[in-house]
Ligand binder design. Sequence first.
Ligand code: G6P
Length: 608
Amino acid sequence: MCGIVGFTGAQEAAPLLLEGLKRLEYRGYDSAGIAVMGKDGIQVEKVSGKVEKLCERTKDGALVPGKTGIGHTRWATHGAPTEPNAHPHLSNDGRWAVVHNGIIENYATLREELTAKGYVFLSETDTEVIVHLLEYYDNGDLKTTVMKAVARLEGSYALGVLCADQPDRLFAVREASPLILGVGVGENYFASDVTALVSYTKNAVYLDDGDFAELSPRGITVYDCSGQRIEKPVSRITWNVEAAEKGGYEHFMLKEIMEQPAAVRAAIAPRVKDGEIRLEEFDPSEEELRGISKLVITACGSAYYAGCAAKYALESLCRIPTEAVLASELRYSDPLIDEHTLLIVISQSGETADTIAALKECRSRGAKVLAIVNVVGSTIAKLADWTLYTWAGPEIAVATTKGYTTQLTVLFLLAVFMGRRLGRVDEEQYPGLLYDILRLPRLIQNAIDLNHGIPALAKKYHSAASLFFIGRNTDWASALEGALKMKEISYIHAESYAAGELKHGTIALIEEGTPVIAVCCNEALEDKTISNIVEVKARGARVLAVAFRGDRKIVSQANDIIYIPRIHTLFTPVLAVLPMQLLAYYVAKENGCDIDKPKNLAKSVTVE
Ligand code: G6P
């Protein structure tokens, strides 16, 4: 999705802006541009395509001199990914430049109004109305001009604004789209994502919806929507530059797969003290906890599949009815949610538009909200009553890996914690469950080490036209994520099915050589899944099983087997997904795909 950077200081702006845009590339985009305040006014350079092309065109920024500027990577919504549609957009008089993330919902009306006033539109974007509004309302005072223009906008927007009249000044505006200010010495920045700031400063100011800020090399002033100056705390960014770089791996995805033992350890460590799970950030009163009659988990993509997998642990250990619902469905479903519902919202980025909307919808019906989020200070973290951070560190590859396994880890900690507080996990069960959670980092490492044969398996499976992933119960949840990983990065059609449902559809598609990945880590149901394996094999399928090390039953049934270490059934999804992440990675590599930035996908989906 779109990315924003802004800089004002004593250094040349363009190289810094280009560097910031490169750090935002992982979010997914299709065009890029910068605007820099030069001696003769604002100079804009844009390309359709990659930031690299922008670097070439501008000789790494040398052809765009100046010390204040804004930059953007665009993921097309209104209008194709062409050069005219790329940001920054310039006003007709050339005095205003704007970059924008989000969607201006009333742009059609504004466009008509501005066209009637004589403004000429050069792009098909919703964003362009903003520069013309700025020119129209320009009264010589930057702050009130920005306020007047912004007051006309409906929708979501993070804006970076540059005006030729005040060459070292920038404006940043936030409404329902993330924007963070970076505080430097003699220079200041803004960016839509903390990864673009980490190489320059560790001091950040998180804007709230409705806030806008004025930046110059000398300082930052933040105002609320009525124009009143407000004080904002400066927070420390804990991520470092190395964490946002590849560190010797060929792809961010592989690096992030390998980081999972450490990431899961970081998710657990602050929450287990003296042999007890302590979730200090989640502190409902006894009455609130006992009053919960239903758990609703909502999220999108892999975060939703983490919810599907954790549902079993939450229901089984807390004995509270639990459902996982896609956020894009929940928001429009007139859900039966009240003050006795605990809504668990899962999101790596904390900025997914549908997830935010579902949260707001359920909150308006009285639900209390617990967020499980990776990005500190993100919108979902701010909106929730309680937030449990996953502490996975920056995740750059579009397809999530450590984001997903840390979400599961936190959800399992939550299930055991709540189950214990409610008295539904007894004293005998508790130490065993806790022991298995504490072992997860080591077992994840084992699972990764056990699977050095996966590149060879990828050579067998990479030319398949379709892959089917099957499993039952917790294994089905793992299969859902396994299939998603495969299709996201390898572009092979991959479908997940509850193994018991095979006979009601998918089996019609099984032919000689069709690969079926069967997740068989739920021992109580293994015989049932094996009977499904037998059925597909009888129709020619080639079966790759994911099973516990030492499982003898599976040996004679599957064509290939990938093993994971044994663990409590409820927690198997954290381990079962690992070989499937690796398989997807190596299949995609075999097929020469752009693994970290798959086509058409975005890391952070900030539009509906
Ligand atoms: C995109 C990403 C997925 C992610 C989903 C939800 O589709 O590519 O990896 O699972 O969004 O994102 P969130 O940030 O809310 O977890």
